[in-house]
Design a protein around this ligand. Structure first.
Ligand SMILES: N[C@@H](CCC(=O)N[C@@H](CS)C(=O)NCC(=O)O)C(=O)O
Length: 197
């Protein structure tokens, strides 16, 4: 299995993190993002979006970190990461969608602006961040994990751009339950980090 990867990308890190926690071997292929290699062959041939992560397993090609998490969990991981029941998957999907929406447009966008100079709306990213961090803080006041009372792919999806929020100028100091959750993830066997975390 190949993961076309960028070390500084939280989306790529979601996949690297889950693979490490679940003991799944990936062939990590670094892509020179700054040189635009994600818009060139071979990445663009596999993924017309020209985005990372891009993933292959034999003839299967997937883009989108959350799609890759779901595939890896279903195909290669212990059932506990993505249990096979409608209720469990619905509960996990809520957080995958939160990761792709509120977390992407909140702390992730704020980091893209501050760290990489993206021309996005900082004020909007801060408003979105404050809302999602507040909701997450309340959720984690009575839950150790995002879904099912145990570590799942939901935690792998949501944590990277929360844990690097300070790179977008957002402090997590007002959110002790979020900080404790990040520490719980860091204590999981097999955990790997990313720059800035
Ligand atoms: N929904 C995708 C987003 C992927 C994405 O935006 N990746 C960034 C790097 S973190 C990228 O490749 N951007 C290049 C571009 O948008 O041109 C995911 O979750 O993987």
């Amino acid at each position: 299995m190949k993961l076309y990867d960028l070390e500084l990308s939280g989306n790529c890190y979601k996949v690297r993190l889950f693979a490490a926690l679940a003991g799944i071997d990936l062939d990590i292929i670094p892509v020179d993002f700054l040189a635009g290699a994600h818009k060139q062959s071979p990445v663009i041939d596999l993924n017309p979006w020209g985005e990372l992560p891009t993933f292959t397993d034999g003839d299967l090609v997937l883009r989108d970190s959350h799609a890759i998490l779901v595939y890896l969990a279903q195909e290669y991981a212990d059932d506990k990461w993505y249990p096979d029941s409608a209720a469990a998957r619905g509960e996990i999907q809520q957080w995958l969608s939160t990761s792709a929406n509120e977390i992407q447009h909140g702390p992730c966008d704020a980091r893209l602006i501050d760290k990489f100079g993206y021309a996005l709306n900082k004020e909007h990213s801060l408003v979105v961040s404050e809302r999602i961090l507040g909701l997450l803080e309340v959720h984690l006041s009575s839950n150790d994990w995002l879904a099912l009372g145990q570590p799942t792919i939901a935690d792998c999806a949501a944590m990277p751009y929360i844990g690097t929020a300070h790179e977008g100028g957002i402090s997590l100091d007002p959110y002790p339950n979020i900080l404790a959750w990040i520490e719980r993830i860091k204590a999981l066997p097999g955990f790997i980090s990313m720059p800035g975390l």
